[in-house]
Ligand binder design. Structure first.
Ligand code: ZN
Length: 354
C-alpha cells in the first residue's frame, strides 16, 4: 500500500470522540420531554442549544421506581435501583445520619462506587451542586470516612467528593457550579441539580399548558442553562472543554400532582441530552444506538430483565466518564461498556463512532 494512502487510512481509523477536561451531569428534577419539545421559536434557548448535540426525548428513568433520590443514585453509580446488581437505595427522604445507616454502602452491604470515585482516583476534582437536602446522601457516602481507598496511580485519598453544596435556588446552583468550574486548573466532574420543575409540579401539577407554573419552572431552569453555556463560551479556559450530560430523574403527572406511578410513560419517559461543547452535530440517540439499546414504543414499560436495555438516566455517569476518557464505574450496569454511540463518525476499532 502506498505510504500516503496508509497514512490517510490510519488517520481515519484513529478518529475517536473528543475527550473533555470537564464533564457536568445536569439533572432537571421532574423534567418531561414534552416540556422542551416545541417549535423553534426562540423559546428555551438553553435547552435548544444543548439539543443541537446528540440527544433523545425518549430515554427512561429506572425500571422500578420513578422517584428522585433512587434515580439520582442511579445516575452517579450506573446501577439500577433493584436487582442483584442494583444500588438498593429506595428511600426518597433526607437520609439518616451515617451512624444510622445513611450511606449507600451501609444500605447495600458493600461498597457502591460512583463516577466520583473513578474520576477522583485519577486526579480529577469532583462536586455536587444540589437544590434538595436529600442529596447529602452523596456527601455522607463519599466523604473521607466512607469513601474507598484509592487503588489507582497516585493516592488521591478516600474523600471522593471535593465539594458538596446544597442551595435554595436554581440561580444559586448555577452560580456555584460556574464559579467552581472557573477556578479549576485540572479536570473535573460534577453533578448539578435543579429542583424547580418538580417543586412546581407537586404544588400545581405537571400542567403542560403554556405559562403554567410547571412550564414557568422549566423556563427558570432554561435561563440558568443559558447562563451556564454563556459562562462557558466567555471563558477561554472552558470553551470547548466542557461536556454536558443532561437528563431527569423522572417526568411527572401520574397522578397529576406527583410521579409515583412507575408504569406511566408520563413519569418514566425523560430526556437524555449530550452537549459536546459546540453546536451539533445533532443526532437522535435511540435511533443512533438501535443496534445496542432497546428501541421501544413510548407506552411499553421495560423492566431490568430486558436486554439490551433502553437508554436510561443511569447511563449518565458512565457517559460523563466516557467523555473525559475515563473508564466505567466498577460494577456498574448501565453503559458499563461505555458504548453509547454519540456520533456517526467511525472510531478506532473500526465500528461506528462513540
Ligand atoms: Zn418529586
Amino acid at each position: 500500500m502506498p505510504i500516503a494512502l496508509a497514512g490517510a487510512l490510519l488517520v481515519a481509523m484513529a478518529w475517536t470522540a473528543p475527550t473533555f477536561r470537564h464533564a457536568l451531569v445536569v439533572s432537571v428534577d421532574g423534567l418531561r420531554p414534552d416540556a422542551i419539545d416545541g417549535p423553534e421559536d426562540g423559546a428555551l434557548p438553553g435547552f435548544r442549544r444543548l439539543m443541537r448535540g446528540p440527544h433523545t426525548l425518549q430515554a427512561r428513568a429506572d425500571a422500578d421506581t420513578t422517584i428522585t433520590l433512587p434515580n439520582h443514585v442511579g445516575m452517579v453509580t450506573g446501577r439500577p435501583v433493584g436487582g442483584q446488581k442494583g444500588h438498593g437505595w429506595t428511600e426518597n427522604g433526607d437520609p439518616p445520619s451515617v451512624k444510622h445507616g445513611g450511606t449507600l454502602h451501609k444500605c447495600r452491604g458493600g461498597y457502591v462506587a460512583s463516577m466520583f470515585d473513578v474520576a477522583h482516583d485519577r486526579g480529577a476534582v469532583t462536586a455536587v451542586f444540589a437544590t434538595k437536602t436529600k442529596f447529602v446522601l452523596f456527601s455522607q457516602s463519599f466523604d473521607e470516612d466512607n469513601g474507598r481507598k484509592d487503588s489507582t496511580g497516585a493516592d488521591d485519598g478516600t474523600d471522593k467528593l471535593d465539594c458538596f453544596a446544597c442551595v435554595r435556588t436554581s440561580a444559586m446552583a448555577r452560580e456555584m457550579a460556574v464559579g467552581w468550574l472557573r477556578s479549576r486548573q485540572g479536570p473535573s466532574i460534577s453533578l448539578l441539580h435543579f429542583a424547580a420543575p418538580d417543586l412546581a409540579g407537586h404544588a400545581k401539577g405537571w400542567d403542560m399548558a403554556p405559562q403554567s407554573p410547571y412550564r414557568q419552572a422549566v423556563e427558570e431552569v432554561d435561563r440558568e442553562l443559558d447562563a451556564l453555556l454563556r459562562a462557558i463560551d466567555e471563558d477561554p479556559a472552558l470553551r470547548g472543554k466542557v461536556a454536558i450530560v443532561l437528563t431527569a430523574d423522572h417526568g411527572g403527572g401520574v397522578p397529576f400532582l406527583t410521579h409515583t406511578e412507575q408504569q406511566a410513560p408520563e413519569n418514566y419517559v425523560i430526556p437524555f441530552i449530550v452537549w459536546l461543547g459546540g453546536d451539533g452535530p445533532a443526532a437522535e440517540l435511540v435511533a443512533l444506538n438501535a443496534d445496542r439499546r432497546a428501541v421501544l414504543a413510548r407506552d411499553v414499560h421495560a423492566g431490568n430483565e430486558l436486554s439490551p436495555q433502553p437508554i436510561r438516566n443511569a447511563d449518565a455517569g458512565n457517559v460523563a466518564l466516557q467523555l473525559m476518557g475515563l473508564p466505567a464505574i466498577p460494577e456498574s450496569v448501565h453503559n458499563a461498556r461505555q458504548d453509547l454511540r454519540l456520533s456517526e463518525a467511525p472510531s478506532a476499532d473500526g465500528s461506528a463512532g462513540r
